[in-house]
Design a protein. Sequence first.
Length: 75
Amino acid sequence: MDYTYKLLESDIDLLAAALSEVKVAVAVKEIKDEILEFGGQIREYTPNCVRIGELSYSRELYEFRALASEGFGLP
């Protein structure tokens, strides 16, 4: 299934998503479309990890996506 999303890579992207309280999907970087979390809000982020709900994810191993349905700056 194809999804339109904005990849949240920078601290500014993560801050905007956290402040907007959009739902963010978490995917494994090395495996195409391997989604682990389908829609949680960012609770905290550091240079090394992002916390969504009660779980923390390494920014090195995972990517974070704001889905188009959330209206997060997507065309």
